[in-house]
Design a protein around this ligand. Structure first.
Ligand code: GLU
Length: 578
């Protein structure tokens, strides 16, 4: 056994044995804060949010599987052991590096709105937008899931091992049972606050006979999930999109509390879209990520493009890089709120990453004084201001994983059912997403449409930012995170940590977060240094408060012959390789 393998297994034990950590209620709380070191390997590596998912991916890679094969095994296991965050009932964005072709591409497995949906989808009978949690809970928030088809398509394209073999570890674990992790146990308690136990299938699975949330360490078996996976193993995803599973989902969505309007035709019409990645030249690197319908790569790209006007590694005595980051972030989020949505449905400016435009945005930053909140800019565009800005809405949940195989293929994927436990509607052993609440609830403002309003068949705007960084045309870094719209800042901060400050992935992931999504108040990650950071920011006029900032960053740095992986100390994941 190599040293890296030993380190990885030690980390598994540490993560499973780590003490609890009380947190403010939110659908995905920080788990363990278990300190960990980067993991190194030579030939292949996988980092995910759960040790059993990492192990499933590791075993596939060790057996000669490709990054795509490992991604399938990881996703099927995550859907079992971290069901609150992702699964068959949700959507995924995945970047794939094809080593043989030297080609980077991206796959959009985002959920779609039903064909019957219109911009008034989230307005109540009084014409006002419904309350967020009233919208989340029940069938109406469910979009057509894309994760199963995306997994099938990347396997068809890049797989080396039989599809059924990749589902086997999750089937075996679902039948044999596994222990509820601390994070899942905490999530069940938090989920109960938002009616998780009001849904019979979820109640039967996540709560004991007396109605109490199942506790950390309790054994859990999921025979329904095993049955579903056996069906997919034998028949591919046809049962999911045109067969019995589609029928089960449509029936549940249309009859459960707050019924939705998905139809079998919506399922039959679902398509995974291959899209060109969105890339930004940054220093000596090309930072590439997921374009619309995600705002991830464009907003991360704007932050970095604005900050490229400072040498962050040597900022100078009077320049505070947290302040610069906050200001760049405000500017980028202002553009995000106005312009970004599913570009198959709305026109978007081509110049959001234009270097001259970003230079003009950087010029708005005063290194010595905070700007308050930022207004959107005027990127190069042949149309101006077609839309009204949208307010930020809560987003939670989600999981990110990264994989490098022995052939040099790589995956960086962010996968979600939106909030913790999604819509709460559980069908055939898995939870259905509430992704339709990622649309703007308000269809218009000031007489103008909001770009991210609901439309038939449209994909809700995302913040997910699976990222692959290239240098001289070769991959150097894979990274991404959950965290709602804070994903954008978690990823941008870690990129700066690694690319500008020279930190290794674990160090960069562990750096305390500083987040501002264009509001008056910056959030500083609670912890030992928080008060000092808040005081330092006050000196440049930034109002800041301590907050629980729960990322789930997973990263692999690709060096000469060495892979270095990091897994977020705020969750219970693990990097493992050989
Ligand atoms: N639904 C969110 C999005 O697509 C992700 C939720 C999260 O990461 O917390 O942006």
């Amino acid at each position: 056994m190599t040293r890296s393998r030993l380190a990885a297994l030690a980390a598994v034990l540490a993560s499973l044995a780590s003490p609890g950590h009380a947190q403010e209620a939110q659908p995905e709380s920080t788990t363990a804060l278990a300190e960990r070191a980067s993991v190194t390997a030579e030939d292949f590596m996988v980092a995910t949010a759960h040790p059993l998912a990492t192990k499933a991916g590791y075993d596939v890679l060790a057996a000669g599987g490709s990054a795509a094969d490992a991604a399938v095994a990881v996703q099927m296991m995550l859907g079992l052991v971290e069901p609150q965050s992702s699964g068959l009932g949700g959507g995924t964005f995945l970047l794939y590096w094809n080593a043989a072709l030297g080609e980077l591409t991206s796959f959009d497995g985002r959920e779609t709105a039903p064909a019957i949906a219109d911009p008034g989808y989230w307005l109540g009978p009084d014409g006002a937008a419904v309350e967020f949690w009233d919208a989340v809970v029940g069938g109406r928030s469910v979009g057509v899931p894309g994760t199963p088809k995306l997994m099938e398509e990347i396997h068809a394209r890049y797989g080396r091992l039989p599809w059924a073999d990749l589902l086997a570890p999750a089937i075996d674990t679902a039948e044999a049972g596994f222990e509820i992790s601390q994070r899942m146990a905490d999530a069940i308690v938090e989920g109960q606050e938002q009616r998780l136990d009001a849904f019979p299938a979820a109640k039967a699975y996540f709560f004991d006979d007396g109605g109490s949330p199942k506790a950390e360490g309790s054994p859990l078996r999921n025979p329904d999930y095993a049955r579903t996976l056996r069906l997919l193993a034998a028949q591919g995803t046809a049962p999911f999109y045109t067969g019995s599973i589609a029928r089960d989902i449509v029936a549940a969505v249309r009859t459960e509390t707050n019924p939705g309007e998905l139809t079998l035709a919506d399922f039959a019409d679902y398509k995974v879209k291959e899209r060109a990645p969105v890339c930004l030249d940054y220093r000596t690197y090309e930072v590439c990520g997921m374009g619309p319908p995600s705002s991830g790569a464009l907003t991360v790209g704007q932050i970095l493009g604005i900050l490229s006007h400072w040498d962050l590694g040597r900022p100078g005595a009077n320049t505070d890089i947290d302040h610069l980051f906050i200001e760049a972030s405000k500017l980028a989020f202002a553009d995000r709120g106005l312009y970004m949505a599913d570009s198959d449905f709305v026109k978007m400016p081509a110049g959001l990453l234009d270097p001259a435009y970003l230079e003009s945005r950087a010029a708005l930053i005063d290194p010595g004084a905070a700007m308050g909140s930022a207004a959107p800019g005027e990127p190069p565009w042949d149309e101006t201001r077609l839309y009204a800005p949208s307010a930020d809405q809560p987003e939670f949940g989600t999981s990110h994983f990264v994989i490098v195989d022995r052939y040099g293929d790589m995956v960086s994927a962010t996968t979600t059912i939106e909030t913790g436990f999604g819509s709460r509607v559980m069908v055939d052993g898995f939870l259905l997403n509430n992704e339709l609440t990622d649309f703007s609830f308000e269809p218009e403002a000031d007489g103008k449409p909001i770009a991210n309003r609901v439309e038939a068949g449209k994909r809700p705007r995302s913040s997910m930012a699976p990222t692959i960084v290239l240098e001289h045309g070769e991959p150097r870094l894979l990274i991404g995170s959950p965290g709602g719209s804070r994903i954008i800042e978690y990823v941008a901060e870690a990129l700066i940590g690694i690319l500008d400050l020279g930190l290794d992935p674990q160090e960069a992931i562990d750096r305390p977060h500083v987040v501002n999504r264009n509001s008056d108040t910056t959030e500083v990650e609670e912890g030992p240094g928080a008060e000092a950071t808040i005081a330092r920011l006050a000196a440049v006029g930034q109002t800041a408060k301590a907050a629980n900032l729960n990322s789930g960053l997973h990263a692999i740095l690709i060096g000469d012959g060495t892979l270095t992986g990091g897994a977020d100390k705020r969750r219970e994941g693990l990097a493992m390789g050989d």
